[in-house]
Ligand binder design. Structure first.
Ligand SMILES: [Zn+2]
Length: 185
């Protein structure tokens, strides 16, 4: 397994739409294992393939260290789709691609999710709370959307300086990154 560098805000790959996976190959399995390794190295609770520069609809989630989610096992969702949602809730979010920026985002509290597992079997499940929240954040990544896009203009204004620094590649984190400056070279 390998720790992959995480692309940060300003990198074009974060703004592209990822394509559905059409079949499970050794490369896909390897990518999923590397994504888990990368997420753990960065102490993240979710990671989308766009964030490691791959435009395939794959996300990995591990919320087992979040209070109240201890029983939820780490999982990979392939081609995840929200088929229904209910209730809205505001929660604070952060993102490995937007280091050190945190703010409150409103999203659905409970979702029905359809996805394929690593055997390419179609599964439908209902998720709620932090688990649903992370999945919605990661599906946004697959569509080229970052959580800061969902902030009101007033709230985004508060983070303007931080975002500018990230765009300029001024990032201090303890995991490998590809900054916008590297990505655009
Ligand atoms: Zn993110």
């Amino acid at each position: 397994m390998a720790v992959l560098p995480i692309y940060t805000d300003g990198s074009p790959v974060l703004r592209k739409k990822a394509q559905p996976v059409t079949k499970i190959t050794d490369d896909i399995i390897q990518l999923i294992m590397d994504m888990f390794e990368t997420m753990r190295k960065a102490n993240g609770i979710g990671l989308a393939a766009n964030q490691v520069g791959i435009l395939q609809r794959i996300i990995v989630i591990d919320v087992s260290e979040v209070e109240g989610c201890e029983m939820i096992k780490p999982v990979a969702f392939i081609n995840p789709e929200v088929i229904a949602d209910k209730e809205r809730i505001i929660m604070e979010e952060g993102c490995l691609s937007v280091p050190d920026v945190r703010d409150e985002v409103e999203r659905a509290e409970t979702i029905s999710l359809r996805y394929r597992d690593t055997n390419f079997k179609v599964i439908e499940t209902e998720l709620t709370g932090m688990f649903a929240r992370v999945v919605l954040h990661e599906i946004d990544h697959l569509d080229g959307i970052l959580f800061v896009d969902r902030l009101s203009p007033e709230k985004r204004q508060v983070h303007l300086e931080e975002l500018k620094k990230i765009h300029q590649g001024e990032i201090e984190v303890d995991y490998p990154v590809v900054t916008a400056v590297d990505a655009n070279e």
